[in-house]
Ligand binder design. Structure first.
Ligand SMILES: [Zn+2]
Length: 147
């Protein structure tokens, strides 16, 4: 995934602004190149999980259609935990094609990583070393290039 530096900084600012709660939103663009971030209200108002405000989510999707963009990633912050999907994040991941970008504010310097979360075809399915297994799902880390 390619993210312009200003959008990368924008989602870090969003994560910091929404402390102590998790911040969330979409990254949209074309193919794997992000061109726009949509901050969406976390109606859970929680530091451990998030749910998109349905109206803001709908408005973001509509705006993407108008601008001929596709959702590339769902992003959210982890105020106190590392940048990797929680058990709940994995359970709730509904789309194997979308990326899950997690901004961790647990350390002094924000850490951003991206993941794809996929269904495991069967329990004997072999996975490579860099993949993390969670029951019937697997998590694949993804490169982020700041452009
Ligand atoms: Zn999470």
């Amino acid at each position: 995934m390619k993210i312009p530096k200003n959008i990368y900084e924008q989602i870090i600012l969003h994560a910091q602004k929404d402390l102590p709660n998790e911040a969330c939103g979409y990254l949209a663009g074309q193919s794997d190149r992000v061109t726009k971030a949509y901050a969406i209200k976390n109606i859970d108002q929680s530091h451990e999980h998030f749910s998109f405000d349905p109206e803001e989510q709908f408005a973001a999707i509509k705006d993407m259609r108008n601008e001929n963009l596709v959702p590339i990633a769902v992003y959210h912050s982890h105020p106190e935990t590392p940048s990797r999907p929680s058990k709940e994040d994995i359970k709730l991941a509904y789309d194997p094609d979308i990326s899950y970008v997690i901004i961790s504010l647990a350390e002094n310097i924000p850490v951003i990583k991206s993941f794809k979360i996929k269904q495991r075809p069967d329990e004997n399915h072999r996975v490579e070393n860099n993949l993390r297994l969670e029951k019937n799902r697997w998590v694949e880390k993804e490169e982020i290039n700041i452009i």
